[in-house]
Design a binder for this molecule. Structure first.
Ligand code: ADP
Length: 292
């Protein structure tokens, strides 16, 4: 694999508050990297530094070996796109126009969008399966649809790396799953994702690598399988959870209180604290058995 981004010993301070204290990791091309950590651990700050929006006090971020700070914003935007959390726009633009705005870094000032720009926006809408929303107003579509629109805009921007700050926030469960499917799908096509998340399960499901950040310090970096063990996640969030492996090696995160209840009352042989669920317990049974 080829390295795309390298974060090297980044320190950052807001006024007198040290927020990042020597953060280092790298992102390979085509990887999905999940950034996990409790509120206030510095995830958003780190993402802003990756995007060149904030400058580290010391250390640096390198894109293909070049310091991000030395890359012109328009040039950087063609490589790395920021996908914001779902938000309401002040103006009721049509979805297809929101996606078309992704072409802005490719245009000289005040020039019109070309037929090629429109075709690229069309393809991005198609890629996210939201072509049918093109004529709708961004203000009138659902949160899940808005998130897909913002990803389509990032694709239209031509970027091959997408930075997302808690993309699943505010989405209902179905839309979270659809979002993860799209991210997973795009990453198989070679797109790189760097995303912060509040959901350890999401990292277990789709990430190639997890970065565990607490109080501005990296606690672990590595394959989710290797670094997202129960003790690490308990320590990260100061709560009791288990990481369970179901048949096929699929892993998920579950509060330990629920595991205890399952062990006590239902004859389910879930082994607390060990990453293993009795194989007779089929994954499709999980929701029925867990809900009283
Ligand atoms: P996270 O995304 O993990 O919740 P943030 O990067 O948003 O963490 O914040 C890290 C710390 O920096 C927090 O203590 C937060 O209050 C502080 N902080 C964030 N933005 C600013 C700012 N613009 N000015 C001063 N402090 C900030």
């Amino acid at each position: 694999m080829t390295e795309l981004l390298r974060v090297e010993d980044v320190h950052f301070t807001y006024a007198s508050l040290p927020v990042l204290k020597g953060v280092s990791f790298s992102v390979e091309k085509g990887e999905t990297v999940s950034l996990l950590g409790p509120n206030g651990s510095g995830k958003t700050t780190l993402l802003k530094i990756l995007l060149g929006l904030l400058r580290p006090r010391s250390g640096g971020v390198f894109l293909d070996g070049a310091p991000v700070g030395s890359i012109a914003p328009k040039t950087l935007a063609k490589r790395v796109a920021y996908v914001p959390q779902v938000h309401r726009m002040a103006f009721a633009y049509r979805v297809k126009d929101v996606v078309l705005m992704g072409r802005t870094p490719h245009k000289p000032f005040f020039s019109r969008y070309s037929a090629e720009d429109r075709e690229i926006a069309h393809q991005a809408l198609e890629r996210l399966s939201i072509l049918h929303l093109g004529e709708k107003r961004y203000t009138e579509i659902s949160g899940g649809e808005r998130q897909l629109t913002l990803i389509a805009r990032a694709l239209a921007q031509g970027a091959d790396a997408l930075v997302m700050d808690e993309p699943a926030n505010g989405l209902d469960y179905g839309n979270q799953v659809r979002l993860l499917e799209h991210i997973d799908d795009l990453s198989r096509d070679g797109y790189t994702f760097i995303l912060s998340t509040h959901f350890p399960e999401h990292a277990l499901w789709i990430a190639d690598r997890a970065v565990l950040l607490k109080k501005g310090l990296i606690e672990a970096v590595g394959k989710p399988d290797e670094v997202m063990h129960a003790a690490a996640i308990c320590g990260l969030y100061n709560t009791e959870i288990d990481i369970l492996t179901v048949e096929g090696g699929f892993k998920t995160c579950i509060p330990r209180a629920i595991v205890r209840r399952m062990n006590a009352g239902r004859g389910l042989r879930v082994l607390t604290g060990t990453p293993y669920v009795e194989s007779a317990w089929r994954p499709e049974d999980a929701p029925k058995r867990m809900v009283r």
